[in-house]
Design a binder for this molecule. Structure first.
Ligand code: IMP
Ligand code: MG
Length: 178
């Protein structure tokens, strides 16, 4: 198995790019079939940048818009347990149908923070789409509407996901080698 090294840690291929493309197609098709009116996608930076770009190209619902927020909770390969808001929504989203695009939902503290930020803005509806989900780490009750793939509690990098800011450009998703 082909491995790579990032910051002295070894990673092996976990989800190859062909499988990622199939997962993205399924999520986009599922979102399209909801026919949500004038959807406003909100991608969570930095991790969701590739996922958001690929999903958006497959969205066929009329008047789809995209915006970005930036939050961070991870340091190295561990969650810090606190979420900091680095860039806010920056536009009026009152009355909108929002679809959040996340790279990965782990403990859920980030998505909980985003929900509490958006609920203050009087949006009509919020749906959540995530490429990856770690069910064993999830501690929150927020319903996740679109899940690409549920994975074990392994640390993963690539396709937008980072290990201390590197590895986001990798086309495959890798996991930390045991
Ligand atoms: P949560 O707040 O614990 O749900 O974590 C969500 C955020 O932590 C994600 O948006 C990622 O930025 C980051 N994260 C969680 N798990 C991983 C991982 O395995 N690799 C890289 N980043 C991760
Ligand atoms: Mg993220």
């Amino acid at each position: 198995m082909k491995t790579i090294t990032l910051h002295n840690k070894t990673f092996e291929v976990f989800i190859p790019e062909t499988e990622i493309a199939a997962i993205v197609d399924t999520i986009a098709n599922n979102i399209n079939s909801t026919k949500i009116k004038d959807p406003l996608f909100i991608a969570v930076m930095n991790g969701a940048f590739l996922f958001a770009a690929d999903v958006m190209r497959k969205i066929t619902i009329p008047n789809a818009e995209i915006s970005f927020i930036k939050l961070a909770s991870y340091s190295g390969t561990e969650t810090t347990g606190e979420v900091s808001e680095l860039i806010g929504i920056g536009q009026d989203i009152k009355g909108r149908n929002v679809i959040i695009l996340e790279d990965i939902i782990d403990t859920g503290i980030t998505i909980e923070k985003i929900m509490s930020l958006l609920e203050k803005e009087k949006v009509v509806d919020i749906k959540v789409a995530t490429l990856l989900f770690k069910p064993k780490a999830y501690t929150k009750k927020i319903h996740i509407d679109f899940i690409g793939k549920s994975i074990p509690n392994d640390f993963v990098v690539g396709y937008g996901l980072d290990y201390d800011e590197i590895g986001r450009n990798l086309p495959h998703i890798y996991k930390l080698k045991a």
